[in-house]
Design a protein around this ligand. Structure first.
Ligand code: NDP
Length: 555
């Protein structure tokens, strides 16, 4: 008899993992007779136990805790004057997106509302392949030297001895911040109200890094991308964020899910800032310096698209946890700059997914590019020469796994006309790898390569001084944020947030360094923090601070 407490039955028939319906009760176990023991031949039980043992994939080292949804991107204004990238040509162009928001430092179980930057990653399933924007909700970051990344992240995690995280003992965290003061802009942003966002539906995302929009003729502009929530950026008070961390650890996940379930779809507008190569050579800051923004007044935002999130995942693990973003997943017409932190991320993200999900991570349904699907409506069917490895979903049938004459695979280079639809043609590229094509004018190629190289060198020279040093230039923007953008109430919030977090530092000299560093930015702020943390204070400039704490000033 069906109990009134049961809802309607699912269509599925209980089966073992090889798909054969199981004839006994799902919880049945085979024994060698009354009193056991259990039998090894009981695949229902053994396979279930074994699968359970392996049901966790390694959690992301960074950005472990997150949630997300699906939706679409639509081009509202053409960027054809800036780039030949196919998604940005024709107004009305639409493609599906999947998005994942996350905290940075915490593990998979940590509360959503703790102070942190937020990861903000968007997978665009365009009709010429996947383009990932692996952004944060802050326009700047802690580092500009890729070599610091792993070490910096260690200081956001647990103490190797006490196993306490920064919310119980922030000694390591502030030891790092005060010895690597180029993070000043990021921590000023993060200890401001935006460090505790109210909802992912009202949160902005920024490329932070500089990218390039490339035109048909190979010329380009540097760009910064901004995804601004249409409802603004509401934030939580310190008390609300702390209370929710205990009472509702999944607050942001639930909030996003409920909004979409109630059809109150979050919407965002997409903007670009552009800078010509000449402007970049003369820019006050290095365009490769991830601790700086491009001032709005000099480089105004230009709107070009919108994103709507209108679909919740049906299965969190398959559709959100297994989402695998990489800044290296780009479409032709959008290219990375030579920012060293971006360059290192181009490698590192794909590498971590190979570890976390396996070498075929791009074949998982949520990641699978539409171009690999027959009959997808994309302008071409994708294929390549990668084969085998764990968890293959599509091993590309009988297609040879080398460049064969038996069943030759097409290549853009062999038929540029057919594939020119949004893809870079060899006409434009002029050369493939280092081998110039026979018919190309090698001298012209050499000249344009030299001009490009001369520009790259100027950009590099501009960034060289700032990588490891600390100068007044590093203080200008955080100072503008604290003194001009924050209002009185937000400055009060800032002091409370820093004091609350820093009160667990166990070494008073680190507390002292903290007050000195913020004092470089704003003297009154430094004094207030020194007072509250009960340490002494003196007003220093950036160079004096660098000398005092024993790091190199910028030259
Ligand atoms: P403006 O003085 O023209 O405007 C300040 C910008 O700061 C706003 O447009 C807004 O950008 C952002 N903002 C507003 N309130 C807050 C807040 N409570 N916490 C953090 N950011 C806030 O900007 P400038 O370009 O001249 O830059 C001044 C300072 O503003 C910078 O030094 C930087 O710290 C900060 N900022 C600048 C951004 C940029 O891309 N130029 C982006 C974000 C912050 P938004 O609409 O993107 O939220």
């Amino acid at each position: 008899m069906v109990s009134e407490y049961y809802t309607q039955k699912d269509d599925a028939v209980y089966a073992t993992s090889n798909g054969v319906p199981y004839s006994a009760h799902p919880l049945g176990a085979q024994t060698a007779g009354p009193g056991g023991p259990l039998l090894l031949q009981d695949f229902n039980l053994i396979d279930d136990l074994s699968h359970f043992d392996q049901e966790r994939i390694p959690e992301r080292v960074v950005h472990a805790k997150g949630g997300g949804a699906h939706g679409y991107f639509e081009l509202t204004d053409s960027l054809s004057d800036l780039t030949y990238a196919r998604p940005f040509q024709t107004v009305g162009y639409k493609c599906p997106v999947s998005i994942r928001f996350s905290t940075v430092g915490g593990e998979r179980g940590t509360p959503d509302t703790l102070r942190d930057p937020r990861g903000y990653s968007i997978k665009f399933k365009t009709d010429i392949g996947n383009m990932d924007w692996v952004f944060n909700n802050t326009p700047v970051f802690f580092i500009r030297d890729p070599n610091k990344f792993a070490k910096f992240i260690h200081t956001q995690k647990r103490d190797p001895s006490t196993h306490l995280n920064q919310n119980m003992d922030s000694t390591m965290t502030w030891d790092y911040y005060t010895l690597n003061p180029e993070c000043l802009h990021q921590i000023t942003y993060m200890f401001g109200p935006r460090g505790t966002p109210k909802t992912w539906a009202g949160m902005h995302g920024y490329s932070g890094h500089t990218f390039k929009f490339v035109k048909e003729d190979g010329s380009f502009n540097y760009i910064q991308l901004h995804v601004l929530a249409d409802d603004g950026f509401p934030t939580l008070s310190i008390e609300e964020a702390n209370e929710l961390a205990g009472a509702a650890p999944e607050y942001h996940i639930k909030d996003l899910y409920d909004r979409i379930a109630e059809k109150k779809f979050p919407t965002y507008s997409v903007y670009v800032q552009t800078m010509s190569p000449e402007q970049a050579e003369n820019f006050r800051f290095s365009i490769n310096d991830l601790t700086k923004v491009w001032p709005h007044k000099e480089f105004p935002l230009r709107k070009f698209g919108k994103i709507v999130l209108d679909k919740n995942p049906e299965n969190y693990h398959a559709e959100i946890e297994q989402l695998a973003f990489s800044p290296a997943h780009l479409v032709p017409g959008l290219e990375p700059s030579n920012d060293p932190v971006l360059q290192s991320r181009l490698y590192s993200y794909s590498d971590t997914h190979r570890h976390r999900l396996g070498t075929n991570y791009q074949q998982l349904p949520v990641n699978r590019p539409r171009t690999f699907e027959k009959g997808s409506g994309c302008p071409f069917l994708a294929g390549n020469l990668q084969r085998d490895g764990p968890a293959v979903f599509d091993n590309q049938g009988s297609r040879p796994n080398y460049l064969s004459s038996l069943q030759p695979i097409n290549a853009v280079s062999s038929n540029p006309k057919e594939y020119s639809n949004g893809l870079g043609t060899t006409e434009r590229a002029k050369y493939i790898g280092v081998v110039t094509k026979k018919e190309t004018d090698k001298y012209t190629v050499l000249q344009s390569e030299r001009a490009k190289r001369a520009h790259d060198e100027k950009i590099w020279l501009n960034s060289y001084d700032y990588i490891s040093g600390f100068s007044e230039l590093d203080v200008e923007q955080p100072r503008a944020l604290y003194q001009k953008v924050f209002n009185d109430e937000q400055r009060k919030y800032f002091v409370e947030a820093v004091v609350g977090h820093a009160s667990t530092i166990t070494k008073s000299y680190i507390k002292e360094r903290l007050a000195l560093l913020f004092g470089v930015m704003d003297e009154d702020l430094g004094k207030t923090l020194a007072n509250r943390l009960e340490v002494k204070f003196e007003k220093l400039n950036a160079e004096e601070y660098a000398n005092k704490v024993g790091i190199s000033p910028a030259n």
